[in-house]
Write a protein that binds this ligand. Structure first.
Ligand code: AMP
Ligand code: MG
Length: 520
């Protein structure tokens, strides 16, 4: 137990106000699962640093066997990057969880989390199982995780399974995010199980998704230990994260303060990327915020078509908590929850610790604003910085909103026919006059400017209606043609691909898909 901290829960959690801890018991039953006795294929060199952490960090969990695994997709390029060499005839079995690779030590991670603002002291991997880690060709340690591989001690009332639709959505969108140059978890494989699972809409095909992540440590992982007043585990977790993700923090005078700053930095940059491409995560709960700064947990996420800062897709986000333009504020809120968990590591004196934490939390908005301004300048083709640049961007967004202009097409075509996106094209003409005047302050050629803009303003995003069409064909007719095509197009989002021009356009009125579901 640490001295000087009280454990009274605070009712209100505002981003700028850090609460101290309250105490929760460890309520998880750490079942000792027997490991599979199957022949274990050697598909690469697994290491398992997380399994070396104390028992409270995880529960052993063995993937449940499925009846008829069928490989839908395998990411050869990513496998090569990982040094992963599963024989083609065993891939379906391995990525369904029927065959455990040699060296893997399957486990479910413990974590807690604020879900839509309400704290749940125990969540944990209820339908995900970490097989282990691999060191990739760049020397980076990466997690290999099966999602939908069966129940774990954290499953509560869930079936531990995943449905094909959400598995394909995560595959598609995480790979699209990567191609867009945005930090994200990756998709290694998708397998159907041959089993039907029960979801709100009835029986649907079951599937298993293999995810690769820098790690799966979340804000919620820290909250799990903080909620139990377990400072020793917290310190071990923080040290683990510093070693794995932020080794530079070790050299700082205050390593845990440096960790907090680095996490804030990574989040600010990540959210600026999301807003750059019109991405709406949809469930920015603290258990879905990865400490390493990658986009994680693609549930009801979607991309905005017409620009509206209040855009929400998720069917369970009733109050628009996670709306497009709220994301920076919510990242700050989540970061405040992270800062709270490490207060006892920041300083022995509680007041001093709160002051250090508050400094980072209050500084987040400025950090984010700096990333966003840099992003905005690039989107507008500006190489230099002038005071009016932010206002120039805001004015454009304002008329885009009023004119229901498509976010992606407007920026992609600022140099040519963006005006056709506007109900009142003269509103754009008027804005463009000011923009051209601003461009005249710069010496770069139109070609240089265009290249800069095309590198941050994608032509292709996973438009929600296209994603839904692809998923429907796959789920209802086991037809993966559209899914494959969409995946191919989205692999090069910044290149004009004239053969696929139809993927650039927003939905017709009748094609619009305004609601997305978690599908869990
Ligand atoms: P998510 O909405 O994916 O962030 O998940 C929130 C929590 O619910 C996590 O602890 C998940 O492991 C758990 N969960 C979601 N779906 C299932 C499921 N089908 N079976 C068991 N647990 C689940
Ligand atoms: Mg989650």
């Amino acid at each position: 137990m640490h001295r000087g901290y009280n454990f009274r829960p605070r009712r209100r959690n505002r981003a700028g106000t850090l609460s101290t801890w309250h105490s929760e018991p460890y309520i998880c039953v750490m079942a000792d699962y027997p490991l599979s006795e199957d022949l274990s294929p050697n598909i690469g060199s697994f290491s398992n640093s997380y399994a070396r952490l104390p028992a409270a960090f995880y529960a052993h969990a063995v993937p449940a066997k499925v009846t008829e695994p069928r490989l839908i997709k395998f990411n050869e390029a990513l496998a090569a990057e990982l040094g992963l060499t599963p024989p083609p005839q065993q891939r379906a079995a391995i990525f369904a969880g029927n065959l455990i690779p040699a060296g893997a030590e399957p486990l479910a991670m413990a974590y807690a989390g604020h879900q839509f603002g309400g704290f749940v002291p125990q969540l944990g991997d209820g339908r995900a199982i970490l097989l282990g880690e691999m060191i990739d060709t760049h020397g980076q340690r990466r997690d290999i995780q099966l999602k939908g591989a069966g129940r774990t001690p954290f499953s509560r009332r869930g079936d531990g399974r995943a449905a094909l639709g959400p598995v394909l959505r995560e595959y598609l969108i995480s790979e699209a995010m990567n191609a867009l140059g945005i930090p994200t978890t990756r998709a290694l494989a998708a397998v159907t199980t041959g089993e039907q699972i029960l979801r709100e809409e009835g029986l649907v095909p079951g599937a298993v998704f293999t995810r690769v992540a820098a790690s799966h440590v979340r804000v919620g992982t820290f909250q799990y230990f903080a909620a139990r007043g377990d400072v020793s585990s917290l310190r071990q977790l923080a040290d683990y994260v510093i070693n794995r993700h932020y080794p530079q923090a070790k050299n700082a005078k205050r390593p845990y303060f440096a960790l907090l700053q680095m996490v804030a930095h990574a989040q600010a940059e990540l959210i600026a990327h999301w807003l750059r491409v019109g991405f709406i995560h949809g469930v920015m709960n603290t258990d879905n915020m990865a400490i390493a700064g990658q986009t994680i947990d693609f549930g009801p996420c979607a991309f905005m078509d017409a620009y509206d800062p209040a855009t929400v897709f998720s069917s369970i986000d009733y109050y628009g908590r996670y709306a497009y333009a709220n994301q920076p504020r919510l990242a700050n809120w989540n970061l405040a929850r992270f800062a709270e968990t490490i207060l006892p590591l920041l300083d022995d004196n509680q007041e001093a610790a709160v002051a250090l934490g508050t400094e980072v939390i209050e500084g987040f908005q400025a950090r984010y604003a700096a990333f966003w301004l840099e992003t905005a300048r690039a989107k507008l083709g500006l190489f230099t910085a002038e005071d009016g640049d932010e206002a120039l961007m805001n004015d454009l967004l304002d008329i885009m909103h009023k004119n229901q202009a498509d976010f992606t097409l407007t920026f992609r075509h600022l140099n040519d026919d963006a005006r056709s996106q506007f109900i009142d094209p003269t509103a754009f003409d008027h804005w463009a006059q000011g923009w051209r005047t601003r461009l005249n302050h710069e010496t770069h050629t139109p070609e240089e400017r265009s290249a800069k803009m095309q590198a941050v303003n994608p032509a292709f995003i996973p438009r929600n209606h296209r994603v839904e069409q692809a998923l429907q064909a796959a789920v209802q007719h086991a037809d993966f043609t559209l899914f494959d095509e969409l995946l191919t197009v989205l692999a090069n989002p910044y290149q004009d691909q004239p053969n696929f021009a139809h993927y650039t356009t927003p939905p017709e009125q009748s094609e619009r898909v305004l609601h997305t579901f978690c599908g869990t």
